[in-house]
Ligand binder design. Structure first.
Ligand code: SAH
Length: 229
């Protein structure tokens, strides 16, 4: 009980701070952040730090991104996921970011719910993400796939939204191909472990891509065929 009260207060505090610092802006993102229990997606030893605004270690030396970074990526001026969207995430990790997406593309009571497919290269993290998503009540809206997400996930393509939560040397060609016309893709592009540019890509009506740089970020590297070797 004490634990629950502590977490509820910590969550309230971080929400106020994220709003004050203009990370959380839209009602839809605020609602999604309020709904998802981040404490169910961190390792048990970090439970009390679930609402500290820092990345936290998960398995395989990977990390769950800081709260503000998770929000930057899903806000209206970035990925902007809509109810009903078919959404692909690369890098399931803990499953937390996929749950945030699920709240935005398939909120409770939504008549036309979308779906999230999230690809993870490490088997242990596939199991971690699946267990977390199931416990938190998202397994109907999120499917975790074991594989190399740098190749996308062709069986369910094309997608309205694609979000890559690992740093890539460039935008993988298969992801460009698997994006619908009018669709949005967000991906950190740059050097492994150091500094990358968060890049938003919009596929225009004629199929061409318009890229916009949104600022510097630091993500773990994307591995696999179109990632870092
Ligand atoms: N979105 C996650 C955190 C991502 S950390 C969360 O909410 O917790 C980046 C993740 O990308 C790691 O779990 C890493 O194992 C995974 N990854 C790296 N290269 C990958 C690839 N080629 N395909 C799929 N997953 C990959």
């Amino acid at each position: 009980m004490e634990d629950e009260e502590y977490l509820a207060k910590a969550k309230e505090r971080i929400i106020s701070s994220l709003i004050k610092h203009k990370f959380l802006k839209s009602n839809r993102a605020i609602k999604a952040f309020e709904k998802v229990p981040r404490e169910e997606f961190v390792l048990p030893q970090y439970r009390s730090n679930a609402y500290s605004d820092t990345p936290l270690p998960i398995l395989e030396s990977q990390t769950i991104s800081a709260c503000h970074m998770c929000i930057i990526m899903v806000e209206e001026d970035c990925l902007d996921p809509q109810p009903g969207d078919r959404t692909l995430e690369i890098g399931a990790g803990s499953g937390y970011h996929a749950a945030l997406l699920a709240e935005m593309i398939a909120p409770e009571g939504c008549e036309n719910p979308g779906h999230v497919w999230t690809v993870e290269i490490h088997k242990s993290l596939v199991e971690f993400a699946r267990a977390n998503l199931e416990r938190a009540g998202y397994s109907d809206r999120v499917t975790v796939i074991h594989g190399d997400g740098s190749k996308g996930y062709p069986p369910e393509a094309p997608y309205d939204r694609i979000m890559v939560t690992a740093a890539a040397p460039d935008i993988p060609e298969p992801l460009k191909e698997q994006l619908k016309v009018g669709g949005r893709l967000v991906i950190p592009v740059g050097a492994p472990h150091l500094w990358q540019e968060l890049t938003l890509v919009i596929k225009k009506r004629d199929g061409s891509l318009k890229a916009k740089k949104l600022g510097g970020v630091a993500f773990v590297p994307l591995r696999g065929k179109h990632g870092f070797k």
